[in-house]
Every structure is written in structure tokens, then in C-alpha cells.
Design a protein around this ligand. Structure first.
Ligand code: ADP
Ligand code: ADP
Length: 222
């Protein structure tokens, strides 16, 4: 079964009255409880596809189905609600809040969901433990390594128990050994937490054996 289906997606941007076609008729699907890699050279359209899949951006034409719901043309509000309910994001620059502790960063998405502070704390601890960082609860992002920051970001993405995790170049700022560890951790989460994982990377050496791959070149599936 697929959790995401995208059909005939086109996306163009107008820059200085010149039209840039970032995606030209891209179709595919993301299987449930699998890791799917989106690969391709820089500028090929990977981020554009992820942003559409994550309801951050809308396609110029085409159709997007997530969890059997047509989400192609949701209003901004409906898209934001759908996203917070079903999707967890991981970014290349981690996007942690520097003034909060590691634990508070992981608790952050729970603020509006869980009233009890002790329950939030317990959940954050559980997910930090899952990424191997339970001991760093009271540290701040500035005091830990890049690989550890990305683990915190993974815990924060997982804490709301999303159906879909979307990671846009999650290892771009990490050395190759740490990159492999982060990809292995994300890949492991699909079975551990019953989620689907989409990872965009230009580094094909990171693709896990047996995973699905969608290769984009010049805005088309290759
Ligand atoms: P990738 O993630 O593979 O590097 P992108 O999806 O970021 O590729 O970009 C695909 C193409 O679309 C590039 O030519 C890029 O410059 C262009 N593009 C992406 N976002 C915008 C935007 N907001 N405005 C104009 N052009 C954009
Ligand atoms: P990536 O490293 O994933 O390819 P980029 O650094 O190309 O991402 O783009 C980062 C952000 O800037 C994205 O949200 C993308 O849509 C936007 N962007 C990319 N290219 C352009 C462009 N030519 N003009 C305006 N925005 C762009």
C-alpha cells in the first residue's frame, strides 16, 4: 500500500518574467513503512518535490494523494493542520531552537497537543532514548555535535508519531561516517515507529540497499 501518490506533477516558477520548470510531469508513490530515497543532481527538482509532498508548496498542476485523501489544493490552514497531524520534517541545517534545551526542543511539537508537562517530558525522553541521546536532555543544541543535533531533530520529528517523515538533505552538514549513521537511524525508524521515510540526497552512496529510489534529472523522473 502507498501512503503518498503523486500524479503528473508539474511545478514552474516565474523569475524576472522567465518561467523555470522545476518539475515536468513527475509521477510516483511512497510505500508504507518503507524508506524511499529521492536522488538527483543539485537543481534537479528534489526539494521542490519534497516541498509539494510535505504540503509546504503547491504544484502548478497534477494531483497529490496522501493517506487516500486528495490534498492537492488544500487551503493554507488545512495544509498546516494536515502537516502537523501526519508529517514530520527533518532539515539539512537541523533547525533546532538554540535557546531551548535538547529536551525542550523535542517537547516543542507537543505543546499544543499534550496539556500535562510531565507527560510531554516523558514522551520527549522516550524519543530521545530511541535516538540514543537520553543523557543530553538538559544540554543546549550549541553544546552538542552536528550528528547529535540531527538525532535530536529526528526525535523531534518522531515525537508526534507522524505517518510520514520527510528529510531534505539531512546529512548535508555531516561527515560521511555520521551521515551513514543518520541514514541508518532514519531507516530503522520505519519499522520501530511504523512510519514511512522519504530522504532526499544528491549522495547516491548513502542509498540503503533494498530501498525504493526515485531519481530526478532536470525535473523529470529518470
Ligand atoms: P534540488 O533540490 O534538486 O537541488 P530544487 O527543487 O531546489 O532542486 O530546484 C529545482 C529548480 O527550480 C532549480 O532550477 C531552482 O533554481 C528552481 N527553483 C526552486 N525553487 C525556486 C523558487 N522558489 N523560485 C524560483 N526558482 C526556484
Ligand atoms: P537544496 O539544497 O535542497 O537544493 P536549495 O538550497 O536549492 O535547496 O534551495 C533552498 C530553498 O530556496 C528552497 O526552498 C527552494 O525552493 C528555494 N530556491 C531554490 N532555488 C531558488 C531560486 N532560483 N530562486 C528562489 N528560490 C529558490
Amino acid at each position: 500500500a502507498s501512503v503518498v501518490r503523486f500524479n503528473n506533477i508539474c511545478k514552474s516558477y516565474t523569475m524576472d518574467r522567465v518561467e523555470v520548470n522545476a518539475l515536468l510531469d513527475v509521477s510516483g508513490e511512497i510505500a508504507r513503512r518503507e524508506t524511499t530515497f529521492i536522488t538527483g543532481p543539485s537543481g534537479s527538482g528534489k526539494s521542490t518535490l519534497l516541498n509539494i509532498m510535505g504540503l509546504i508548496d503547491q504544484p502548478t498542476s497534477g494531483e497529490l494523494i496522501i493517506l487516500d485523501q486528495d490534498v492537492t489544493n488544500l487551503s493554507d490552514k488545512a495544509a498546516a493542520d494536515f502537516r502537523s497531524e501526519h508529517i514530520g520534517f527533518i532539515f539539512q541545517s537541523f533547525n533546532l531552537i538554540p535557546v531551548l534545551t535538547v529536551g525542550e526542543n523535542v517537547e516543542f511539537p507537543l505543546l499544543r497537543r499534550i496539556k500535562s508537562a510531565s507527560k510531554r517530558r516523558e514522551k520527549a525522553k522516550q524519543y530521545l532514548d530511541a535516538v540514543g541521546l537520553a543523557d543530553l536532555f538538559d544540554r543546549r543544541p550549541g553544546e552538542i555535535s552536528g550528528g547529535q543535533r540531527q538525532r535530536v531533530a529526528i526525535a523531534r520529528a518522531l515525537v508526534t508519531e507522524p505517518t510520514l517523515i520527510i528529510a531534505d538533505e539531512p546529512t548535508a552538514n555531516l561527515d560521511s561516517q555520521t551521515s551513514r549513521e543518520i541514514i541508518a537511524l532514519l531507516d530503522h525508524m520505519k519499522s520501530e515507529f511504523d512510519t514511512s521515510v522519504v530522504i532526499c540526497t544528491h549522495d547516491t552512496s548513502l542509498i540503503t540497499q533494498g530501498s525504493a529510489t526515485i531519481n530526478i534529472i532536470d525535473g523529470r523522473t529518470a
